[in-house]
Design a binder for this molecule. Structure first.
Ligand code: ATP
Ligand code: MG
Length: 727
């Protein structure tokens, strides 16, 4: 495209932002106002009008997908170039620098970048090897060590400084773990994710010549999504531009959603304190969304107290009203999304025109399943399909180990069992061959000394498996069995200790899935004993269908990975209490406002059609209760959306009653409760062979929700009729 055409597309303020190249520039503007467009156009402008070599231009953004899109947009504008501008995330840019400067930070050529799982594994191993801590403390310590070490690293505190300055024995011990961890990274010629930015920061701090070299490398630097920049990243930008004016930053304070990772909105707000002669440009025309969508989003973000008001308008058409849909269950929500997508496709939309957004990863489960069943092609961005997630595979392998007794699943289970290493696993396999017994039978053999030949560290697992098999043979419920296995083996507890929220939510979503399976299981269709087999069959069939490739797919993604993106049709699912905003944000205004900004980001991704949905009345493990609408639903301006309830018809289209209509599950549960009301009632004192004493809180279908006195187990769900439980 010729340059004049390119500039003709811009409004006056955007044009001013593009041609301002001799003065640091900050753009603050709302979603969809063309901030990213200014960056991409400016890259073309610098190349074509100011004759800057493409490779001397650096543009940084937040996610890989955003970087990819930015590259594509630039290519459209500039055509094929001899060299390319460097467009990437902060982390990718830092690793690029380290690839060149490795020797200055003590690395060797071809160093490895380890991911967060590897990091956790390494630290866990060091804690154990060092043997400085008392056994009961160790599990808590793993979590603490991982967080503390990241913290120290990000604040540039060295192990030696902790050693020298700390008076607490615990801290000194943690510092020892830290020191060995750093040593091991170095020995293995590897860096963790934190290191990428930190090492470049150190490099620049200690080597003025290197700073000069990289400062000279770039004739122009641009940062998108600048509202989510943290201190270290801002320092890197300052190094690159010291004494120069070649910087453009763009951002929207209302879209700060990474405070929990150290993002500081004050960096963009106080930009002029660092860059004294900076120019500020405000963009206030939205080009992305219809009037209707823009109105509801802007009205909503006004609920945040701690923000500057913006005036933003659009010349786009008014468009359809935003739709808010109330659903009876996760399944009907997913069904609603699927059938609406089918209608849209009939109207002429493509699958690729649709985003489905959610706040937590786990929410994709039911949607994936229903889209699969409806033959709607879809992909997950920045996420792994539900059934391929590690925790889900772990859980299913435990189930399979107990039900099918296969050695493959057993191996996976042993791999995530604490205190069991590779050598032990080998020994167990050899033993199983020698005794011609599968691993399940070997471990659970009534003669415990058999497995003790290989290891004495399987006591907990052994008891769990024996009891699990008993529950399986009683054929109570799949959800009950898995819940039992993950609790009794300590798996769920370990996730809690690691504070792995994402994994925990996924586990809860799995419980939901399984209890739905239990409910819908039709004993007439299968033999009752085949319930577990039926489930496993469904699982393995589903995973085989996976690999078809469609060029044109619906995209499922979390709100955090949707930053900066846009699409014609957007569904925002799961606007439920304790889901979005999450439980934790109940206690702090800052966190609540951050969640509100996340919803603002979600709403403003939509160009033409926007759907918002939530569930009312269904019991879910995720909320540990009946799902009800999010507080944010009540904050949406009622005049700006059309409401439809899948629960019961409204003549006037508004919520007129808070009466909860019973879902199938409730009716079913009641039927079951009647059957069993003589057995248990809430308030009953009970005792479990493994979990000890507890009290029944609630009866849910075929299961009892029991609060155990031992905080290690907390609230658990036990199938009624489980022999391990008695009054
Ligand atoms: P976000 O805050 O969500 O990142 P943004 O401010 O970066 O949004 P862009 O993605 O740059 O906004 O632009 C939103 C949409 O508006 C894009 O499709 C872009 O092509 C279009 N757009 C931007 N400016 C103009 C313009 N002057 N004329 C026509 N379309 C424009
Ligand atoms: Mg943008």
């Amino acid at each position: 495209m010729s340059m004049s055409n390119l500039l003709d597309e811009l409004n006056l303020k955007q044009l001013e932002a593009v041609v301002t190249t001799k003065q640091p520039l900050r753009i603050i503007a709302g979603a969809g106002s063309g901030k990213t467009k200014v960056i991409t156009t400016k890259i073309a402008y610098l190349i074509q009008e100011e004759h800057i070599a493409p490779w001397k231009i650096l543009a940084v953004t937040f996610t890989n997908k955003a970087a990819r899109e930015m590259k594509e947009r630039v290519e459209l504008l500039t055509g094929n170039l001899q060299s390319k501008p460097f467009i990437s995330t902060f982390h990718a840019w830092c690793s690029r620098i380290l690839r060149e400067e490795f020797n200055l930070v003590g690395l060797q050529k071809g160093f490895l970048i380890i991911d967060q799982n590897d990091q956790k594994q390494m630290i866990k191993k060091i804690v154990r090897e060092l043997d400085l801590f008392d056994e009961p403390l160790i599990r808590d310590l793993n979590k603490q060590a991982v967080n503390q070490i990241s913290n120290w690293k990000n604040n540039f505190v060295s192990p030696k400084e902790v050693m020298d300055e700390s008076y607490s024995l615990l801290e000194k011990n943690l510092a020892a773990v830290y020191r060995i961890y750093e040593q091991k990274l170095l020995e293995n010629n590897s860096v963790d994710f934190n290191d990428l930015q930190i090492k470049v920061h150190q490099l620049f701090n200690q080597n003025p010549e290197t700073v000069n070299k990289w400062r000279d490398r770039y004739d122009y630097v641009m940062v998108d999504e600048f509202q989510d920049t943290n201190d270290v990243q801002f320092d890197l930008i300052k190094f690159l531009t010291r004494g120069k004016t070649n910087l453009t930053v763009v951002g929207d304070p209302d879209q700060t959603i990474y405070s929990w990772r150290g993002a500081r909105v004050n960096i963009i707000l106080n930009f002029e304190k660092t860059y004294k002669d900076a120019k500020s440009v405000v963009l206030n025309e939205n080009y992305r969304s219809t009037q209707q969508i823009l109105d509801i989003a802007n009205d909503f973000i006004n609920n945040n107290q701690n923000r500057e008001k913006k005036d933003i308008f659009t010349n786009n058409s008014s468009g359809n009203k935003v739709q808010v849909k109330e659903c009876a269950s996760m399944y009907t929500e997913a069904k609603f999304i699927a059938s609406e997508i089918k209608n849209l496709v009939k109207e002429g939309y493509k699958y690729g025109d649709v985003y489905v957004l959610y706040r937590m990863n786990a929410w994709s489960r039911e949607i994936e399943k229903v889209l699969d069943n409806s033959k709607i092609p879809f992909q997950l961005i920045g996420g792994i399909k539900f059934r391929d997630r590690k925790v889900i595979k772990d859980a299913i392998s435990m189930l399979k180990m107990v039900v099918v007794k296969d050695n493959l699943s057993a191996e996976r289970v042993l791999n995530f069992t604490p205190k069991i290493g590779n050598i032990t696993i080998q020994r167990i396999f050899e033993l199983s061959r020698d005794k011609a017994m599968n691993i399940f039978d070997l471990i659970t053999h009534e003669n415990e000394s058999l497995i003790n030949l290989a290891t004495k560290n399987l006591k907990d697992l052994r008891l769990t498996l024996i009891e699990g098999r008993r529950i399986y043979e009683k054929n109570i419920s799949i959800a009950g069995l898995i819940k039992y296995l993950l609790a009794a083996s300590g798996y769920e507890k370990r996730l809690e200790i690691l504070e792995d929220e994402d994994a925990l939510q996924n586990i809860k979503a799995l419980y939901d899935q399984l209890s739905h399976f239990d409910e819908s299981f039709d004993p007439l269709e299968y033999n009752e004993e085949d319930r577990f087999i039926a489930f496993l069959q469904e699982e393995s069939l589903a995973s085989e269908e996976d690999d078809e490739t469609h060029p044109n797919k619906v995209t499922l993604l979390t709100i955090h990975s949707a930053k900066g993106l846009e699409n014609k049709v957007v569904f925002v699912a799961g606007l439920n209490r304790d889901v979005f905003p999450g439980k934790r944000s109940m206690f702090s205004t800052e966190e609540l406002e951050e969640e509100r900004r996340a919803l603002y980001v979600a709403l403003t991704r939509a160009q033409e059609k926007l759907y918002i949905s939530y569930i009312r009345g269904e019991w879910s493990y995720i909320s540990q209760g009946e799902l009800s609408p999010s507080k944010f639903i009540t904050e949406l301006n009622k005049e700006l959306y059309e409401f439809e309830s899948g629960l019961f018809a409204h003549a006037n289209g508004t919520i007129t009653s808070t009466k909860v209509v019973k879902t199938e599950k409730d009716l079913w549960s009641e039927k079951f409760d009647e059957q069993h009301e003589n057995d248990y009632a809430s308030g009953d004192l009970v005792e479990h062979v493994i979990f000890g004493e507890g009290i029944v809180i609630k009866i849910i279908g075929t299961q009892l929700q029991v609060a155990f006195n031992n905080p290690m187990y907390g609230v658990m769900v036990i199938p009624i009729g489980n022999k391990a439980l008695s009054k």
